[in-house]
Design a protein around this ligand. Structure first.
Ligand SMILES: Nc1nc2c(ncn2[C@@H]2O[C@H](COP(=O)(O)OP(=O)(O)OP(=O)(O)O)[C@@H](O)[C@H]2O)c(=O)[nH]1
Length: 290
């Protein structure tokens, strides 16, 4: 069968997480309209008769020099070293800027087979056609497919191109697997997604989630204790909300979604903790990012 480990690379908000979820048919990576939601390399797995593709969802690529963003950039570079092929995702509704050019160079340097997907063609203002000559000039042998990660348009063709670029090999994961994320990590990601959605305006990136304990109770309930960590005391109040309303919503939404994922009741004990300047803490960033 055809087997490949494939990195999805693209600018922030190009739709990498959305694409991964649509391709895998399930929710494996959290999505959000706020850029830079993805901080970890999450794998989604597509298994079909013709083969298996293991996707690595890389963080959005930034060319800013801030320490936080440098870490994200390192993640992209590291991810590309390990893979067999690259799915380069381009947002066809945005103009090609400096950042896209940097990314083109990065993908070229990797020297791996590349499949290019021009995303968001469901949006009428897209200019996918206009982008083709530039991409062809940089990647003469790469197939270019126009897609909508959102509606699923073009994804069959995209998968066909990815399988074509893959080599013959043994299956890497059993076919019932669609992600190799640890439960602890999945729990943290779902809580983080709900917390971001609830506090989008006030603190899009100022939080992370740490799962302290996960326990299977005798009645088969999965119980987890987690901390939502913020940078400042004022942000703690935002997460908790008036009379605890917000954190309750975050908990209920997370429990509901996690119960579906783990196919059993999930109960969460959520607390908020202030961890000053966590984004400048190198040890913590390493732990969160790797
Ligand atoms: N209309 C439309 N919207 C899309 C499509 N793909 C993604 N989006 C939207 O674009 C936004 C960003 O999508 P994500 O999948 O979170 O993007 P990402 O590339 O993973 O972002 P980072 O985590 O910042 O790297 C979300 O609001 C998506 O719903 C698409 O094909 N069509």
């Amino acid at each position: 069968m055809k087997v490949a480990v494939c990195a999805i690379v693209g600018r922030p908000s190009s739709g990498k997480s959305t694409l991964l979820n649509t391709l895998c048919g399930r929710k494996v990576a959290i999505t959000s309209p706020v850029p830079q939601t993805t901080r970890n390399r999450i794998r989604g797995i597509v298994t079909e008769e013709r083969g298996q593709i293991v996707f690595i969802d890389t963080p959005g690529y930034h060319h800013s020099e801030k320490k936080f963003n440098l870490f994200l950039k390192e993640q992209v570079i590291e991810a590309l070293k390990e893979v067999d092929e690259i799915l380069y995702l381009v947002d066809s509704t945005r103009s090609v800027g400096e950042e896209e050019h940097e990314l083109i160079e990065l993908v070229k340097q990797a020297g791996k087979p590349v499949v290019i997907a021009l995303n968001k063609i469901d949006i009428p203002e897209h200019h996918a056609e206009g982008m083709v000559p530039l991409l062809k000039a940089h990647f003469p042998s790469a197939p270019i497919v126009k897609i909508s990660a959102y509606t699923g348009e073009g994804l069959e063709e995209l998968k066909a191109r990815l399988f074509e670029a893959a080599e013959e090999g043994p299956q890497l994961y059993p076919e019932e697997f669609y992600t190799d994320q640890e439960p602890r990590f999945r729990i943290a990601e779902i809580i983080r997604e709900k917390a971001i959605h609830q506090t989008r305006e006030e603190l899009p990136h100022a939080l992370y989630v740490e799962v302290l304990d996960v326990e299977e109770r005798p009645d088969e309930t999965l119980w987890a204790r987690a901390l939502i960590c913020v940078e400042r005391e004022s942000q703690k109040g935002i997460i908790i909300g008036k009379g605890g309303e917000k954190i309750k919503t975050i908990r209920l939404q997370s429990e509901k979604e996690l119960s579906g994922i783990f196919e059993r009741p999930v109960r969460l004990d959520l607390r908020v903790k202030v961890v000053p300047k966590w984004r400048r803490n190198e040890g913590l960033l390493r732990r969160l990012l790797t």
